[in-house]
Design a protein around this ligand. Structure first.
Ligand SMILES: [Zn+2]
Length: 98
C-alpha cells in the first residue's frame, strides 16, 4: 500500500510514522438572525432559493453542504504534523520563522 504525505507529497516508506489530521468545520449559528428589513430579507430569500434550485441540479449541493459542515482527512509526515500543530490557523509568522 502506497503511503504519501498529503502536504509535502513525500512517499512514506513502510514503518515511517505518519498521522491522520481530521479537519472539521461546521457553521457556528449563534441563534441570532440579523434584523433585516423586508426588502432585504426578500432579496436574500430569493437568492437562497436560486442557490437551492442550482444545488438540486448538480454539484452546487456539495458546495452548500460544505458551508454547513465539512470534514476532511489528511495523512501527514512528522515534519508536516509539527508545522501544522505549531500553526494550525496558518497565521502570519515573523519572517525568521517562515
Ligand atoms: Zn510531509
Amino acid at each position: 500500500m502506497d503511503r504519501r504525505c498529503d502536504r509535502c507529497r513525500r512517499d512514506l516508506p513502510p514503518g515511517e510514522p505518519a498521522w491522520i489530521l481530521r479537519l472539521e468545520a461546521y457553521a457556528d449559528f449563534d441563534g441570532m438572525l440579523r434584523d433585516l428589513d423586508e426588502e432585504v430579507l426578500e432579496a436574500e430569500l430569493r437568492a437562497l432559493l436560486e442557490e437551492l434550485e442550482q444545488a438540486a441540479a448538480g454539484e452546487q449541493a456539495a458546495i452548500l453542504e460544505d458551508e454547513v459542515y465539512l470534514r476532511r482527512f489528511y495523512r501527514v509526515c512528522r515534519a508536516c504534523r509539527e508545522r501544522w500543530v505549531a500553526n494550525p490557523l496558518n497565521l502570519a509568522l515573523p519572517e525568521r520563522w517562515e
